[in-house]
Design a protein around this ligand. Structure first.
Ligand code: GRF
Length: 181
């Protein structure tokens, strides 16, 4: 069975989507650990409520993080709203095993302001990208993308919400595909 570590910093809606897919049995995978750099993040409290093992590890404690990840030896490490850059040592220790979800059609708009930048650039569509993590920022090999329209009245919040609806389908779909290999 595919063993996963999920890492996040925020609200954990992508974690919710993965949890739901696992608990309903459509994804044959184990969530071995949920890690956050933020002790009071929603993702950690949600994971605790679902009885998954959780840990708070600061981003600067990269030796501790690497040690834990090596101990667990997951098939995949899922960055589900993890807002920190992983150290090159960690990235190089898990080639093609670390997966990120990003709210733009990469390579357009890497970084933390993607929905706003897509609106400001006058784009008529945006979307989300699931990709392998390399040592750059949102630059790794693209696995899958989903598109959404940008509407004239969109704010960065309304666009991000529309993108997130697609994230919650795309990320579990990718994991289901990876689990079948
Ligand atoms: C998502 O929009 C994801 O693309 C970005 O961070 C957000 C995380 O949201 N990397 P959540 O914590 O899964 O709700």
């Amino acid at each position: 069975m595919m063993k996963m570590v999920i890492m996040g910093s925020g609200t954990g809606t992508n974690f919710d989507a993965i949890h739901q897919t696992v608990s309903e049995g459509s994804l044959s995978a184990q969530i071995a650990l949920v890690i956050s750099d933020k002790p009071d993040s929603l993702i950690l409290s949600k994971a605790r409520n679902h009885n998954y093992p959780i840990e708070h590890i600061l981003a600067k404690e990269s030796d501790k993080l690497l040690e834990r990840l090596l101990q667990i030896a997951p098939d995949y490490i899922i960055l589900a709203g993890y807002m920190r850059i992983l150290s090159p040592l960690i990235v190089d220790s898990f080639p093609e095993k670390i997966i990120n979800i990003h709210p733009s059609l990469l390579p357009k708009y890497p970084g933390i302001h993607a929905p706003q930048q897509a609106i400001e650039a006058g784009e008529i569509e945006s979307g989300c990208t699931v990709h392998f993590v390399d040592t750059g920022v949102d630059t790794g090999q693209i696995i899958a993308q989903a598109r959404v329209p940008i509407l004239p009245e969109d704010t960065k919040e309304s666009l991000h919400a529309r993108i997130q609806d697609e994230e919650h389908k795309l990320l579990p779909e990718v994991l289901m595909q990876l689990a079948t290999y």
